[in-house]
Structures are given as structure tokens and as C-alpha cells.
Design a protein around this ligand. Sequence first.
Ligand SMILES: [Zn+2]
Length: 261
Amino acid sequence: MIGRWLSRLRARREQRIVERRTISDALWLETLASLPFVARRSEADLAELRRLSSLFLDEKEFSGAGGLEVTDAIALRIAVQACLPVLHLGLPLYRGFVGIVVHPDEVVAPREVVDDDGVVHQYDEVLSGEAMGGGPLMLSWTDVRDAGESADWAYNVVIHEFAHVIDMADGEADGVPPLANLAERRHWEAVADEAFQSFCHWVDEGRDTTLDPYGASGIDEFFAVAVEAFFVAPDGMRAEHAQLYALFAEYFRQDPAAQPG
Ligand SMILES: [Zn+2]
């Protein structure tokens, strides 16, 4: 009884937010036109994506850095791509942070590592996005803007960073999203580890892969690049990692390769 009452209350609350945060038809269509991997989804998926995007825009706080003004069009372009992975899981997975900082372009971050001999090495890392536990999340607008074209090489910075958020939702960046029980976790680790080992081997051989070779740097990055590819280049991802594809399809409750068009 209480459960049903609560879910009715939540539905009413969400409906009020969606009405307050209405996305105009013009802006919605313009956004879809820039994201072919989203535009090819079914009418039902698109309606739910639009509803979730309104809720997402209400929950998150955008800020521009380096002189960038975050317009409604920029915020929606990010919201739609961020909501795609959680289309059938809902926004609670993104509850761990609020702020999204958008830079005009990539950001150079000074890094330091200490090697085994205790020698400090300084270097610059170029970032198109970054997700930290507890946020904020950082994105390069140039990379977000070009998502339609970069889908051809399985690259999507928004989905990549939000995959990290999903991975970290259970407290650890270990390439395993929150799961119901230990058995599910063991199954996930077995499938993902096997795919990761094959992938690292292919990268060592210099083989051309659908997934970004950057994924070989660790199991957390492998998860992020595999999720990216699952949503924007699903055919290539499925061809290379059939079992991982099936695991993702079950987890995300979506089968992007089965979409028409
Ligand atoms: Zn990453």
C-alpha cells in the first residue's frame, strides 16, 4: 500500500517537473538531428528520453568555464546523451553528484607520478572529460558538439564519463556497476575480464578495434569505452565482444544494435 502511494506521489512530482522544464519541439528536433545514434530510436524510447532529460536538467547544475555560456541547447545536448544509458534504469544512478562544468575545449591537467625509484615525473594530461566520485563532472563542449560524427569511431565523451558515474555508483571504480547480488557480480567480472584480456591482446598486436585502445589502460576505462561503443557503434561492439554485448543489453535493458535504421 505504502509503496504504491509513494510511487504515485513520485509520478506526480515528476510530472510537475516535466511540465515546468518543458523542452520545446524546435530544440528537441534540432538536438536529435545532431545525434543520429539517438534519432534512430523508437518513438517510445524518444518520448521517455525527452521526459528523463527534463528531470535531468532539473536535477543537475550546469556551469561554463573559460568564458563558455551554457545555453539551453548545450545543456540539452548533454542531458540527452547522459540519459541514454539510464533510459530504462532511471536517474537514481546519477544521484551522487550535481555539478556539470563545461569547458570550451579539451583541458590540460598537470599530473605527477612517482616511479619505483622514487623519481617524480611531471606530465600534462589532455582531458575531454572527467568524472570524479561525488562530482563535479567535466566535459569539453567541442567533443560534446561533435558526438554525431565521432560515433563513427565509437567515441562519445558524455556516455564515457557517465559510464564512469554508473561504475562508481556502488562506491568503486572497478568496471562493475551496482548489481543486485554477489552471484551477478561474479558473473559480470568473469565476462568483463575475459573481454578485457582479449582486448588488451588485440591492442598489443596493433589490431584495429571498434573500442578505443585507451580502454586497455585499466578495467574501469575498458568499461567506459565499451559502454560508449555499445550505445553509439553497437554493431561493431557486438561483433568484437558478443558476450559483453549481451551482458550490457541485459543490464541496461536495451539492445541498441536492434534499433531500426
Ligand atoms: Zn575514462
